[in-house]
Design a binder for this molecule. Structure first.
Ligand code: URA
Length: 433
């Protein structure tokens, strides 16, 4: 078999065989296929798509490209969640402790930022001392003893996805339903949890820009999960405006802790309760409404916050930073962005807001970029708010004036103003079970 033939087939919109898919997944994982050929195939897949069968085979090959974690000795309440990626999406930092406090065993492997979106592992690494690399034994023991562990994807877990994810990020090939579905579900299947909740983001800050695409992605992933014997549910949620108010790694940890301490933004809290309720309902075999009340109760009582503290401490992090109202890392430069005119904020092009955070230092420009954990944005106004010219819209944090200026310019490009108040988009656009 030759990679050049596979490239030709996909370029000509032919369906790839199981053998061809296994060939390129194995070849790329074992460094036998160079980045330029793989990037070319990824672009052909982005442009020409994959059938349901091709996507299922790709997912299976990627899941089996490394270790398949066996969590069966932890029982049937093991659970994992995944977001398709958005701006300001720090839900894992809240959902994992809520579920653990409700008796669900959260065994989660998370990723780093991709494109304009942030990643949980980067956020957790902003906590001084926090270790994202755990051995399999440590991971399972922590889930068993305190009910939750969040670690980085190990080199042995879906290594095909690890390599592909990095290459997609650097080759403009992130945005494709089969590539996203197989990337996410290969990791979820290999990570071994019995119950999986998926948050499929939709809108200008998401990889899926339309409700139809988001539903197609949600259906594809739920089908793959269920066919592989996992309880799987997906919620399609709005990402046409950043989630919550804080964007950037340490800033998002600070906001997540605020929610766990009974404060924080309403949209963020509500989405976390919904995702937690789905996981609790599946794992504990409860009806959704009872599960939602359970989630709200453990959030309100502080039991969930206590779980986050336990996890941070267990993974070597300094849990004292979780109590701070203001961000525990201080950026060298801070700058207020003010409204250029009077009016309602009609729209925030959310990918552009994510790009602004990246320019400030919160995201990566290349595979090798180093993050500035203190960098990012705190929004004071969001879509639908009325502002007067000169009023503060956001505070930007960066290491240099130059970065701040670049971030500010991009941030202002994200905004559209209107004389009239626009209709609010609902937070949840659909559910697939
Ligand atoms: N998250 C993933 O894990 N993979 C993708 O491809 C996109 C978002």
């Amino acid at each position: 078999m030759r990679m050049l033939d596979i490239l030709e087939h996909k370029r000509c919109k032919q369906e790839l065989t199981d053998e061809e898919i296994a060939y390129f997944v194995n070849g790329f994982t074992h460094n036998e296929i160079p980045d330029y050929q793989m990037a070319s195939l990824l672009m052909a897949i982005c442009l020409n798509g994959m059938t349901e069968r091709e996507t299922a085979v790709l997912t299976d090959c990627m899941a089996h490209s490394g270790d398949m974690l066996d969590l069966s000795d932890l029982g049937n309440t093991t659970a994992d969640k995944h977001s398709t990626g958005g701006v300001g999406d720090k839900t894992t930092l809240i959902v994992a402790p809520i579920c653990a406090a409700a008796g669900v065993k959260i065994a989660k492997m998370s990723g780093r930022g991709l494109g304009h979106t942030g990643g949980t592992i980067d956020k957790l690494e902003s906590i001084p001392g926090f270790r994202v690399a755990l051995s399999e034994a440590e991971f399972k023991k922590q889930v068993q003893t305190i009910g939750l562990a969040v670690m980085g994807q190990t080199a042995d877990l879906a290594p095909a996805d690890k390599k592909l994810y990095a290459l997609r990020d650097a080759s403009g090939t992130v945005n494709s339903i089969p590539l996203i579905a197989s990337s996410i579900m290969s990791k979820k299947l290999a990570a071994g949890a019995k119950n999986i909740a998926l948050d499929v983001k939709c809108g200008s800050g998401a990889f899926m820009q339309t409700a139809d695409d988001a539903r197609a992605l949600a259906e594809e992933m739920v089908r793959i999960g269920k066919n592989c014997g996992r309880n799987t549910a997906a919620v399609i949620t709005d990402m046409d405006t950043p989630l919550g108010t804080h964007i950037g790694n340490a800033l998002e940890v600070t906001e997540a802790c605020a929610v766990l301490r009974g404060k924080g933004a309403d949209d963020l809290r509500e989405l976390c309760l919904i995702l937690s309720a789905h996981l609790i309902a599946m794992a504990k075999q409860m009806d959704y409404d009872t599960a939602y009340c359970t989630a709200a109760r453990v959030l309100q009582s502080g039991e969930a916050f206590e779980k986050l503290r336990q996890m941070v401490t267990a993974q070597g992090g300094d849990a004292s930073v979780l109590d701070r109202d203001t961000c525990f890392l201080k950026a060298a430069v801070e700058r207020e962005v003010t409204a250029p005119q009077d009016g309602y904020i009609a729209h925030m092009q959310t990918q552009t807001v994510g790009e602004s955070a990246s320019l400030l230092g919160a995201g990566r420009e290349t595979k090798e970029s180093k993050l500035d954990y203190a960098a990012g944005i705190v929004l004071h106004k969001k879509t639908g708010d009325f502002v007067k010219q000169g009023e503060t819209l956001a505070t930007l944090y960066a290491a240099t004036d130059e970065k701040c200026r670049a971030g500010e310019q991009r941030f202002l490009q994200s905004l559209t103003f209107s004389a009239n108040k626009s209709q609010k988009t609902p937070l949840v656009l659909g559910t697939v079970e």
